[in-house]
Design a protein around this ligand. Structure first.
Ligand code: BGC
Length: 273
């Protein structure tokens, strides 16, 4: 059903890292529908990123869009991502630092490379992007015509910022660290009116966790971890990202919002403990 467009992000520009698949793609779509200009960052999948840009450019609700390749763990790539966005749109108002990977291993079999790559993308990538965003926010100052905040940063975390995860120590460690990154930025730049928060998704149906939902048996097992008894959809996270990026959430700062169907309520304790 066609819904009247919201225009909560009209005139604002958002960079979404890892924007060409999974949660990042849905976040791009949701931001676009609410009027934002969207910079779709992709690592490899230029075809999907280009299709998305075309789709947004043809959607009357959306602002304009561009696709920019970058490996978020590389400083030069991140600087280029921001300068492309700024030269096309004038500035950046919203960063969704979403790009993330898993390289799952038993801990005693985890190579330094397996550890390092996950930390590089999931944590250092968020550091590099947040830094460039803050440099740009401070340079241009508040744009009162579009938002009360100097800028908005949304870190994509995970329920694994608090739920330990055997066999995924590199991933869980990277997400646990996001909390302190996000809250330290909140403390440091709140006075300048930067708003910074995290989204912590639970099991969302994307390529990253295909094994956990691609058979009915796997899905049943997964649902044991979810009180609400359904896997999350990328669009669930998209809606939350738009709200967090908009002035509707202007007093939400320095916090993690879990979006997990209740996974962090530990349903294993329902009839146990
Ligand atoms: C992981 C998924 C996992 C979910 C819940 C996410 O952060 O990327 O693979 O299904 O957490 O465990």
């Amino acid at each position: 059903m066609y819904q009247k467009p919201n225009e909560r992000l009209k005139g604002q520009t958002a960079i979404v890292t890892g924007g060409s698949s999974g949660i990042g793609k849905a976040v791009c779509e949701a931001l676009a529908v609410d009027g934002a200009n969207v910079v779709v960052n992709y690592y490899k999948d230029s075809e999907t990123a280009d299709e998305m840009v075309e789709q947004f450019m043809n959607d009357e609700r959306s602002g304009d869009a561009i696709a920019v390749q970058a490996d978020v763990s590389k400083e030069e790539d991140v600087k280029n991502l921001f300068s492309e966005a700024i030269s096309r749109f004038g500035t950046v108002d919203i960063l969704v630092a979403n790009a993330g990977i898993q390289i799952d291993r038993k801990f005693h079999e985890m190579s330094l490379e397996d550890w390092q790559r996950v930390i590089d993308v999931n944590l250092t990538g968020q550091f590099l992007c947040a830094k460039e965003a803050i440099i740009e926010f401070l340079r241009r100052g508040i744009r009162e015509d579009v938002s009360k905040a100097l800028g908005k940063i949304i870190h994509m975390s995970s329920v694994h910022e608090i739920i330990p995860w055997a066999g995924h120590a590199n991933y869980a460690a990277s997400k646990g660290a996001i909390v302190m990154l996000m809250q330290s930025l909140c403390q440091e730049y709140g006075p300048q009116k930067l708003r910074v928060n995290s989204i912590a998704p639970g099991a969302i149906q994307t390529p990253i966790n295909k094994e956990a939902w691609s058979t009915p048996q796997a899905l049943d097992k997964l649902n044991e971890l979810i009180p609400y008894k359904r896997i999350g959809q990328p669009s669930d996270v998209g809606s939350l990202a738009v709200w967090l990026a908009s002035d509707e959430s202007d007093y939400v700062n320095g916090t993690t919002i879990f979006i997990d169907g209740g996974m962090t309520c530990y349903p294993g304790f329902t009839e146990n403990g």
